[in-house]
Design a protein around this ligand. Structure first.
Ligand code: 5GP
Ligand code: MN
Length: 336
């Protein structure tokens, strides 16, 4: 792995190329915002650009219109792999390791083209020659701003690019609740100068919830929430039956786990849901407790110190039991 060599990257981007941009499974606002900002910039430079995501993105983000042309591996695997095979330049945005792109990993590894990784997760993988990794950054979108500046692309950043970046920053900081820094607010100030309409974007992201989604949240909070006060922990679980009864789709439970941290005294929050082949865990914490370490050690996962995830091949009941059984290992960190 080498650091970002902006001179070499500038050279790579001088001639129009077949560029493929990828991000992680279940792309979120930051994955989508960073990918879309890069598409918009590279199109201005006459590159042929394709976004490839491992799985579907939430429709909430379709206001960043270039995302609608993304190829989704889960829907059209052959098309996705063909695009990756044909790439002459490859971007990995908002993920650190190839296990985050599942079945696309092998094809990516086999394509010898130059690869550029831009990310803010811990432990950046060694599959890319050019790496911009900064775990102190709020988001990959914040790093995209730096990347574009370093390449001298400031003039190419228009209102649409600025609004894509603002979307990722806003969502990855929980609306500026965490991971903030003086630099982040400086970047945001520049984005507003570029014409980003922050109030409009927040409306587009947050104030168009479907009734169904609010009812699912209500169900989670009223019927599926469990508090374990001796370990300052709160859990919400959803069964297969819940998924059927409430017609829960991907994205419908996004953000539910965060509500648990609003409870006084809670340091660790878990959302545990049965999915077709695995039981998925979304973990959040406050303060020094690292859910990233917990996810890595016990649930095949990772992420950030205060927001991580993982999965288990066991069913819901066994996974819940396992989760509760490991809490005593963290007694001195979690006790009230
Ligand atoms: P979420 O709980 O919102 O799905 O994910 C929170 C954070 O944890 C994200 O930054 C994501 O990158 C990370 N994460 C979620 N699931 C996994 C997983 O299965 N493996 C790894 N390595 N990271 C995950
Ligand atoms: Mn991110």
């Amino acid at each position: 792995m080498s650091e970002m060599n902006y001179q070499e990257v500038t050279k790579l981007l001088e001639e129009p190329k077949n560029v493929v941009i990828t991000s992680h499974r279940n792309p979120d606002g930051d994955a989508i915002g960073s990918s879309v900002s890069l598409v918009l910039i590279l199109k201005k430079l006459k590159h042929k650009v394709t976004i490839v995501f491992p799985s579907e993105y939430p429709v909430d983000f379709e206001f960043l219109t270039p995302v609608k042309r993304a190829i989704i591996f889960d829907q059209t695997p052959e098309k996705a792999l063909q695009a990756i095979e044909k790439a002459e330049l490859f971007f990995a945005l908002d993920y650190n390791a190839l296990d985050r792109v599942d079945k696309m990993a092998e094809t990516i590894r086999q394509n010898p083209c130059p690869k550029i990784l831009i990310d803010h997760h811990l432990n950046p993988g060694d599959f890319a020659q050019f790496v911009l990794s900064d775990t102190s950054a709020s988001s990959t979108c914040e790093l995209m701003w730096i990347f574009f500046q370093q390449l001298g692309y400031d003039d190419l950043i228009d209102k649409k690019v600025a609004e894509s970046l603002y979307t990722g920053i806003n969502t990855d900081t929980g609306s500026f609740k965490y991971s903030t820094s003086p630099r982040l607010f400086q970047v945001c100030s520049k984005l507003l100068e570029k014409g980003a309409d922050d109030v409009k974007i927040q409306g587009l992201i947050y104030d168009k919830m479907e009734e169904k989604k609010l009812r699912i949240l209500g169900h989670c909070l009223a019927n599926r929430m469990e508090i374990i006060p001796e370990f300052s922990t709160a859990i919400i679980h959803l069964t297969k039956r819940d998924y059927e009864k409430f017609d829960i789709q991907r994205g419908d439970t996004e953000g539910v786990v965060n509500y648990l941290l609003r409870i006084k005294g809670i340091k660790l929050a878990a959302f545990i849901a049965r999915q077709p082949n695995i039981t998925k865990l979304s973990l959040r914490s406050k303060g020094n407790f690292s859910v990233q370490k917990m996810a890595e050690r016990y649930f095949n996962g990772g992420g950030h110190k205060n927001a991580a995830g993982g999965f288990s091949y066991k069913g819901l009941t066994l996974t819940l039991e396992r989760f509760k059984s490991i809490l005593p290992n963290y007694e001195h960190q979690l006790k009230p």
